[in-house]
Design a protein around this ligand. Structure first.
Ligand code: GLN
Length: 248
């Protein structure tokens, strides 16, 4: 399993999101507090995506542990953004460790991350993959469950489906095809974040001007709220709405 987070609000440094908190994402990579679903560390790569302005996001990803990357601390020190999605990866058994398998996955303004596993991979989801355009399959980011989930979700987004509906529908169809899967998805366009709590923990902390969604709270601030399993969160910097995933 992996750990991920998304932030929307006034510009902050990447350092203040990734390194400074007592249980920061960097710390979660070697000492996560909640690793249900197996794994002990998140050492199989990491990625950070942020929006430098009003345009498309920039990504920095590597296939190595985030704690050993010598470039990220300096980059995080000088980079500020008002919208960030970051993830550390623990590759599911049998899935390759490579940069293109590390979230965030991206297209246009979209950034995407998956925390979890598709059960019975890949046989359980062959029929879902077969419904995608062949071109999407030939250009999958990586031969992993997360990359296929991104292709399924992206296909809906390209068709103009509302992002919250697209996430809920993707979780729904994969749960049906591969029962017992863990499908915590995180999607943002830099203005809105959509997140599912489906098999792994998810917490949210909202202030009047910022929102943070994360696999686990990165500090002991009493403002963190756990998102109940089976819920979908749709947040902007000033609003958080939660509803049942299945009601999509
Ligand atoms: N199954 C995905 C992968 O291997 C996500 C892993 C995870 O959440 N640990 O990349």
């Amino acid at each position: 399993m992996c750990r991920h987070l998304a932030y929307l609000g006034p510009p902050v440094s990447l350092r203040s999101l990734l390194f400074d908190p007592p249980y920061s994402l960097v710390r979660q990579s070697w000492a996560p507090r909640d690793m249900r679903g197996g794994g002990t560390v998140n050492a199989d790569g990491f990625g950070v995506g942020w929006y430098p302005g009003d345009g498309e996001p920039v990504r920095y990803r590597r296939a190595q542990p985030i704690w050993g990357d010598v470039t990220l601390p300096g980059l995080a020190e000088v980079t500020t953004a008002g919208a960030v999605l970051a993830a550390v990866r623990s590759a599911t058994d049998g899935m390759p460790v490579q940069e293109s398998a590390a979230a965030p996955f991206a297209e246009g303004r979209w950034l995407f991350s998956h925390n979890g596993v598709v059960r019975g991979w890949p046989d359980s989801v062959v029929s879902l993959a077969a419904a995608l355009p062949v071109r999407d399959l030939l250009t999958l980011d990586a031969p992993t469950d997360s990359a296929l989930l991104w292709a399924l979700l992206r296909h809906r987004l390209r068709s103009g489906v509302d992002p919250a509906e697209a996430v809920a529908a993707t979780v729904g169809e994969v749960e049906k095809a591969a029962p017992g899967s863990r499908l915590n998805l995180l999607l943002t366009d830099g203005r809105t974040v959509v997140a599912s709590a489906a098999g792994h923990a998810l917490s949210v902390r909202a202030t009047p001007e910022a929102v943070l969604l994360a696999s686990e709270p990165h500090d002991d601030d009493p403002g963190w709220r756990p998102v109940p399993a089976g819920q979908l969160v749709v947040a902007t910097s000033t609003s958080v709405r939660t509803r049942a995933l299945a009601g999509a």
